[in-house]
Design a protein around this ligand. Structure first.
Ligand code: HEC
Length: 202
């Protein structure tokens, strides 16, 4: 009896040790105890609404530009200034000088652009500059500009107005017809009306 008890206890202890060993090995193998996601993802997925942004994401750039704040845009440019100068004749840094870039041809400054960006061709206008600054890597896959992008539409609009004030001075784009009258009044009413009509359709 006591023999069997010792045997049983022995095997129980032994299998416990084996299990412990296995779990240690497997957790090392699968890195179960480590956070594998990089702290900052390589790129943000376009169209995915960032937390806290809510309905703001849907507002067209023209509307955001109409209420943009140049002084705030100048502050946003601090995020760019480590790589870009913006004053006329400013030197290129990690990125090209940006004086007069809005409205100019893509890749027009004295700078060794990537083929990814140069290959885009055309001129920088409000819409494509907005898309580029939302996520450079999505706009021009393979670009040398290693900047995650600005997910906040109003922040981008403020910045665009600041960029425009540096040698571009393009007229602001006209707001799309639907959103033209007082952004708050009609724009806010439209989704409510749509919601009212939806049940009727059933
Ligand atoms: C880490 C450095 C870095 C940061 C930060 C950065 N850029 Fe750039 N930018 C670059 C590089 C490099 C290029 C050239 C990209 C290429 O050739 O693919 C570039 C290109 C550009 C271009 C195209 C210029 C042209 O002549 O066609 C614009 C516009 C631009 N950046 C704006 C910005 C703005 C605005 C910000 C801040 C919100 C910013 N960049 C932040 C490095 C940076």
């Amino acid at each position: 009896m006591s023999d069997r008890f010792n045997t049983t206890a022995g095997w129980t202890l032994f299998s416990g040790i084996v299990l412990l060993g296995l779990s240690a090995v497997s957790s090392r193998y699968f890195h179960a105890d480590k956070e594998q996601r990089p702290e900052k993802m390589g790129y943000e997925i376009a169209g995915v609404v960032q937390e806290g942004e809510g309905g703001k994401a849907a507002e067209p750039i023209e509307v955001l530009l109409a209420k943009a704040d140049l002084a705030k845009g100048q502050k946003v440019f601090a995020k760019c200034a480590s790589c870009h100068s913006i004053e006329q004749g400013g030197a290129a840094g990690l990125g090209p000088n940006l004086y007069g870039t809005l409205g100019a041809n893509v890749g027009s400054h004295a700078f060794a652009y990537s083929d990814a960006l140069k290959g885009k061709g055309g001129k920088w206008d409000w819409a494509n500059m907005d898309a580029w600054l939302t996520n450079p890597a999505t706009y021009a896959p393979g670009t040398k500009m290693s900047f995650a992008g600005l997910s906040d539409g109003q922040e981008r609009a403020n910045l665009l107005v600041f960029l425009n004030s540096k040698g571009s001075n393009l007229p602001l784009p006209a707001a799309p017809a639907a959103a033209a009258p007082a952004a708050e009044g009609d724009a806010a009413k439209a989704p409510a009306e749509a919601a009212k009509e939806a049940p009727k359709a059933k």
